[in-house]
Write a protein that binds this ligand. Structure first.
Ligand SMILES: Cc1cc2nc3c(=O)[nH]c(=O)nc-3n(C[C@H](O)[C@H](O)[C@H](O)COP(=O)(O)O)c2cc1C
Length: 217
């Protein structure tokens, strides 16, 4: 694999794992690519099953084929997509000397949450998260499970104490969503906000159609 090194702020690692919420991951990837990001994408085996179940997308286990399949979904994009296999130890996200400073795991399964919280690094995806933590970069996890057990909550707490941002897949309803896409965009918008990526996916609190003085409290 030959990849051109991009300025750090335009390069990011994105991981999809086997929690419900494949549409979040797909939409986030689309937004990052349309914002001219170089995206290193890591996909767990379980994430492929969830993608097929929730989106009807049978993503190839072959990284090059998966890349073509994904790009075909989005049409024209300015960014660059690099799909990585789970043992590509010589890829940039595997080392602090080259890894992007930002990484998002969206959706994040409780299994991957546990692996990241305990520093397992058993595959590239887990190693990439470990690298971002040790390099004190920005790691965002979008876990999805309900209810959360004490195990899940403890893992989230220990990661939060390390500076990891925990953003549970919990879209709000105050923007009057009309579709599943609106709910997906709500979550993706919040992740993009934290990454510092400009977007117009949702109205901003206090700037949308509600005139505060019209609300009868
Ligand atoms: C359709 C489907 C939905 C799932 N939803 C969740 C979920 O919401 N949260 C979760 O933590 N695990 C969920 N799982 C289970 C995980 O995929 C499973 O624990 C897997 O081992 C996670 O592996 P990974 O972390 O390597 O992706 C789901 C599995 C399937 C097939």
């Amino acid at each position: 694999m030959s990849v051109t090194y991009r300025k750090a702020e335009k390069s990011i690692s994105l991981a999809w794992t086997g929690a419900s919420g494949a549409p979040y991951g797909l939409r986030l990837l689309e937004c990052l690519l349309k914002s001219d990001y170089q995206v290193f994408l890591m996909i767990s085996s379980a994430a492929r099953v969830v993608l097929a179940t929730e989106q009807g997308l049978q993503l190839s286990a072959n990284a090059d084929k998966a890349r073509s399949q994904l790009l075909a979904q989005f049409g024209e994009v300015d960014g660059e997509l690099i799909v990585l296999g789970k043992e590509e130890w010589f890829s940039p996200p595997a080392s602090g000397s080259a890894a992007p400073k930002q990484m998002v795991i969206c959706p994040c399964s409780t299994g991957t949450l546990a692996a990241v919280a305990t520093g397992m690094s058993n595959n590239l995806l887990e190693r990439a998260a470990d690298v971002v933590i040790k390099e004190r970069g920005q790691l965002i996890l979008v876990p999805r499970e309900t209810p959360f057990s004490a195990i899940h909550l403890e893992h989230m707490l220990s990661l939060s104490k390390l500076g990891v941002t925990i953003m549970p897949a919990a879209p709000g309803f105050y923007h009057n969503p009309k579709s599943v896409e609106d709910l997906v965009d709500f979550m993706v918008a919040r992740v993009l906000d934290h990454l510092g990526v400009n977007h117009a996916l949702t109205n901003r609190w206090g700037y949308d159609k509600h005139n505060v003085s019209d609300i009868d409290y």
